[in-house]
Design a binder for this molecule. Structure first.
Ligand SMILES: [Zn+2]
Length: 747
């Protein structure tokens, strides 16, 4: 080797060392010195959670059924409280909420014609799985069903969506006074929406069954030989109309602390007024099979995995259904603990997971609960070792998530003002692990920091890969298969992998939609056919979900590192340019789908599209009196302000230590941005849901720009115009705020 060549190699080596050091120490929101310290703290954090501990905790939580309101679930609240105290958490407290709860007394279903069949309504035990023999496993029931008794003909109504009833009507079939049999469907549609739709159609009751095409033998091997749902699997769940207003139906918008004012249940918007029962395919089969001469054959996409043709029914098959419920006020318990912040105790990073399960909750939620217990053990150890976070971490074990997001909603409503003042972000983990595929959700401003965080973690299988790389592959694979619904699909923020379209269906809802706290949601997913059933248990997790508890461990690490970054950042790692890019995409999609007018650049100021609507004419429809030009202009301004702020923050951080007073001003300003997306009046018809960028459809599906989108879809142009103005105003307010922060940085 020539000396010159040697020198060149040495030079490249040195550059590499410098680059790696620089990269390792650069963390969004941290000065170089803080980043070096943070890297050390995170290294320590990641070294503590172990698969054995995850498995041990998981076994405790999955030992017995623990539905909301049950003795066992309340004992687990006490267990968590005691563990947290031992682990070193502070201010550990159990908070009680007296809420409208739901429990079954008895359920009964028999077919009375054309032949007799009595439904089993229970799950058969599996020899390989000792827990499946536990006598405490409930029978078939759906939370918030009403009590009643009816004998009536059965109509098969496919997914039970409004368009399904339209098709039945076209075929001359009415469901009034009849019992509808619908299936759990793919794409997912919340069972509460199926119940509401059946109620609106005048049905006497709704039966919801699991078709083997959705999550049973048509998908692959069934439990105990594989992850899919067996013949007797029953998907329990609530039918609460929490898409109208979540939480205790009798205290919409305020907390159910003992003694709180309650509205009569008859007036509660979210309380269903229909009988509902879930069925295994074993119990649904005789009903569907006996419809063979009953009404026309249903269309191809209504056919399922059972080996015969599905008909509409409506005449020949009759059933007798009897449901006795014990619905009424009962206590739910939220466990709350914290690690007090060393420097900024009044800035909170909130972490949460629900505790209640339909049965054992192997995946949902006990995988998350086990990960939370390892997370808190680790946080406790770090605090004891003098590595206390700068901000306070508040950790909560929610109750009654499964019933109506109840515990988190009541807690959020109780502390809304304090959270508005103090909360930096909420990080939710519901189902931690049903397989190896990572999915991360974040409001668009936190998508870049979440992505950066996954670069520092190792994927267990295949190894020698970062979680980031594995995540990227998962998204690419799903995109290829057409099963990805996140931003990657639609081109939003192509540089981020996080799903920035956030609907409802878990405990982040009160934080985002009612209080205006930025949220992150984390989960590993895989083939999972035993959701909400008695088979979702310890056996299933140890054979299919996460046999080595490696993904549980990774979840504790990821959750912890994400929380630490939010808690320790010098300047909070929000990226508002990313937010702007996402909002632009949301608006553009709405405009494209509904042929609305957005003019770009120079055209914008010159034309009034309500009067001169060439695009409307070209689309062949009548002039639509809504243009989103001003909204677009407001987004552009917000993006410019966001980009400027990103640059200023980066420069400020690179320059070293930041004056605490300046940091306080900047951080509180940035925390205000999410609050500013709230409209105090809420979205039209659903005043509880106040966020103007994020909402959920009645199916729980994400719904961007909810107020505006629903008005446009209803062709209610005055409301649409009003909602567009609200959006434009909020964008303006946040642009002004970012510009002010920017001037503070560059006086
Ligand atoms: Zn859950």
């Amino acid at each position: 080797m020539t000396p010159l060549r040697y020198a060149a190699i040495l030079f490249i080596f040195l550059i590499n060392v410098l680059l790696t050091t620089a990269l390792a120490q650069s963390i969004l929101g941290f000065t170089p010195a803080s980043a070096a310290h943070e890297t050390a703290v995170e290294g320590k954090f990641k070294s503590i959670p172990t698969p054995d501990e995850e498995r041990r905790q998981h076994h405790i939580f999955t030992q017995e059924p623990h539905v909301a309101g049950s003795k066992r679930n309340n004992e687990l609240a006490e267990y968590i409280r005691d563990e947290w105290k031992k682990q070193g958490l502070e201010d550990v407290i159990i908070r009680r909420y007296d809420v409208y709860g739901t429990n079954p007394k008895s359920t009964f279903l028999e077919m009375t014609a054309p032949t007799h069949y009595t439904a089993v309504l229970r799950e058969a035990p599996l020899d390989a799985d000792p827990d499946s023999k536990n006598p405490a496993i409930s029978g078939a029931w759906l939370g918030m069903s009403i009590s009643g008794e009816v004998t009536a003909p059965v109509v098969y109504a496919h997914s039970g969506n409004p368009e399904d009833y339209d098709l039945l009507r076209k075929n001359g079939i009415s469901v009034k006074g009849k019992i509808v049999l619908v299936r759990y469907s793919n794409p997912y549609s919340y069972r509460g929406f199926k119940a509401l739709t059946a109620q609106r159609e005048g049905a006497a009751a709704i039966l919801i069954y699991s078709d083997p095409a959705e999550d049973g033998y048509k998908k692959g091997k069934v439990d105990p030989d594989g992850p899919w749902g067996p013949e007797y699997k029953i998907q329990r769940g609530a039918i609460t109309y929490d898409f109208m207003v979540p939480g205790d139906p009798q205290t919409p918008g305020w907390a159910s602390v003992p003694g709180a004012k309650r509205i009569p249940i008859e007036q509660a918007l979210s309380a269903p007024k229909i009988m509902a029962l879930p069925l295994s395919w074993h119990d649904a089969k005789p009903l569907l099979e006996n419809m063979k001469d009953d009404g026309p054959i249903s269309p191809q996409n209504w056919q399922g995995g059972l080996p015969f043709q599905y008909h509409f029914g409506g005449e020949r098959v009759k059933v007798h259904l009897k449901i006795e419920m014990d619905n009424g006020v009962q206590p739910y318990y939220v466990v709350e603990g914290r690690i007090r912040g060393a420097e900024l105790p009044d800035e909170w990073v909130v972490l949460g997971n629900h505790r209640d399960a339909w049965v054992f909750g192997g995946v949902d939620p006990s995988s998350g609960t086990a990960s939370m217990m390892e997370l808190t053990r680790t946080l406790g150890q770090l605090a004891k070792a003098g590595m206390r976070p700068r901000r306070t971490m508040v950790v909560c074990s929610w109750d009654g998530e499964e019933v109506g997001l109840t515990g988190s909603t009541e807690w959020g409503e109780q502390f809304a003002d304090e959270l508005r003042a103090k909360a930096v972000a909420y990080v939710n983990v519901d189902e931690a692990t049903s397989g190896p595929n990572f999915h991360g959700q974040a409001v668009a401003s936190l998508a870049p920091m979440l992505e950066e965080t996954t670069r520092t973690l190792q994927n267990p299988d295949p190894p020698n890969k970062t979680l980031y790389a594995a995540w990227k592959e998962t998204i690419a694979r799903e995109k290829e298969a057409g099963t990805q619904s996140g931003p990657f699909d639609s081109g939003v923020a192509n540089t981020t992998l996080a799903d920035t379209r956030i609907g409802s269906g878990s405990d982040h809802t009160v934080f985002l939609n009612f209080i205006g706290v930025p949220v992150i949601g984390l989960g590993f997913e895989g083939d999972y056919g035993v959701y909400h059933s008695g088979y979702d248990d310890f056996y299933w997790m140890n054979h299919f979900g996460d046999p080595g508890y490696k993904y549980h461990t990774l979840m504790s690490q990821l959750w912890g590192v994400t929380a630490l970054r939010l808690a320790n950042a010098d300047l909070l790692p929000f990226d508002f340019a990313s937010y702007a890019a996402n909002v632009r995409q949301f608006v553009q999609e709405l405009a494209n789908k509904n042929k609305l007018v957005i003019l770009s650049g120079g055209e914008a100021g010159a034309k009034d599209p309500t009067k001169d609507c060439t695009a409307c004419g070209a689309s062949g429809t009548a002039s639509k009196p809504l243009n989103l030009t001003d909204v677009q202009i407001a987004i552009d301004a917000f993006e410019v302000a966001g980009k400027k702020l990103n640059e200023s923050l980066k420069a400020k951080l690179a320059a070293g230590p930041i004056d605490p007073k300046l940091a306080l001003t900047l951080n509180h300003g940035m925390m205000q941005v999410e609050r500013n997306w709230l409209n105090p009046d809420g979205i039209p018809g659903r005043p509880w849901f106040k966020h103007i960028l994020y909402g959920a459809r009645f199916t729980y599906a994400h719904l961007e720009l909810p107020g505006l989108t629903e008005a446009v879809e209803a062709r209610d142009w005055p409301t649409a115009r009003q909602q567009a103005e609200i959006l434009e105003h909020a964008l303006g307010k946040n642009t002004k705020l970012l510009n002010e922060l920017n001037s503070t940085l560059n006086p």
